[in-house]
Design a protein around this ligand. Structure first.
Ligand code: MLT
Length: 329
């Protein structure tokens, strides 16, 4: 007969080894990698680098490096972390795509609910509708009339189906009832280059990366996606989409940190402790504020609050995405 003590002692051994491992975590010889699923120079990259700097400080200067594993609407990087060793050295930094890709993809190669440990949410970013500098419109009224006069000829850039830029652009098209040609990139940084060059007409992107381009007069800015105007000096004169007549239009992007499933609890605790120090770091707060973003400082900084929020966001966006009938695969 099998001894009932065996599984108990096995569980104790596992717990002990996780605790011993966590004592040494993070090992000074091993950097932590934040995998982020979009191109360098975009808003996710910026947010990840700001967080990496603040968390590194909170972890006594431990090295945190960035791996831009871009492509397939952000699913390549997320899948890489879902399949990585659960040792706390490979983490996923991503945004609302964690909640939209499960509906945009019918065959996503990972499970958002089961394949990750949730570490905490970090910030919320507004978005901004921008256009190429040569666009013959200077405000939302002129833009909507130009769009209506050029139906079938307008293209809109994004980072692939399910990305933040796609979600926002898709809502814009459905609200004004005009279809545009979607031009996907590996992130909004390469898309921004083409927008500035006039190869594409429009894009919705996060204000953390649109503000410098608007300030430099490289792109035209039309509206913000938040229910109220933003206080940023560059954007304070931009109307909200709702003020511009687009009823109920509201999109806010959130960013968070994840580990592969099975990462030991003491390691997750160290990461969560560092994240909570980082979100109170004045330098981190100042950088997010300058980009129009808000640092999250509530129950969503904790694993349970983070996961509950993402599950609610999946439920919120699924019917919107299904109604649009747009899929990535
Ligand atoms: C990026 O970092 O390139 C963007 O956040 C991608 C997106 O629009 O989702």
């Amino acid at each position: 007969m099998r001894s009932p003590l065996l599984p108990v002692s096995f569980a104790c051994a596992l717990l002990l080894s996780a605790n011993v491992f966590a004592q040494d975590y993070p090992s000074s010889s091993k950097p932590i990698t934040f995998v982020l699923p979009y191109a360098a120079g975009g808003p996710t990259d910026k947010a990840a680098r700001d967080l990496a700097q603040a968390m590194s400080k909170a972890m006594g200067g431990h090295s945190i490096v960035i791996d831009n594993s871009a492509g397939a609407s952000g699913s390549i990087g997320a899948n890489k972390v879902a399949k990585a060793s659960a040792d706390g050295y490979t983490l996923l930094f991503t945004h609302i795509a964690q909640a939209t890709l499960p509906t945009f993809f019918r065959n996503l190669p990972y499970n958002v609910e089961k394949d990750f440990e949730y570490i905490g949410l970090v910030s919320e970013n507004p978005m901004n509708l921008i256009g190429r500098p040569s666009l013959p419109a200077n405000n939302m009224v002129e833009l909507v009339s130009w769009i209506n006069a050029n139906k079938g000829k307008i293209n809109i850039a994004n980072a692939g189906p399910g990305s933040a830029s796609h979600l926002c652009g898709m809502l814009f098209q459905s609200t004004i009832k005009v279809d545009m040609t979607s031009v996907p990139y590996k992130g909004t940084a390469p898309a921004m280059t083409d927008l500035i060059g006039g190869q594409v007409d429009l894009m919705c992107d996060q204000t953390t990366t649109t503000i410098p381009q608007i300030e430099g007069k490289k792109v035209k800015s039309f509206a913000v996606t938040t229910p109220t105007r933003l206080s940023s000096p560059v954007l304070k004169d931009n109307p909200t989409m709702q003020e511009a007549g687009l009823k109920d239009f509201s999109v806010t992007i959130w960013q968070g940190l994840y580990a592969p499933r099975g990462t030991p609890a003491p390691v997750l605790k160290k990461l969560n402790d560092a994240l909570k120090v980082a979100v109170k770091d004045p330098d981190f707060i100042r950088k997010q504020d300058a980009g129009g973003a808000t640092v999250i400082n509530d129950a969503r900084n904790d694993p349970a609050g983070h996961k509950a929020f993402v599950m609610a966001e999946i439920a919120k966006w699924a019917p919107v995405i299904r109604a649009a009938g747009v899929y990535a695969d």
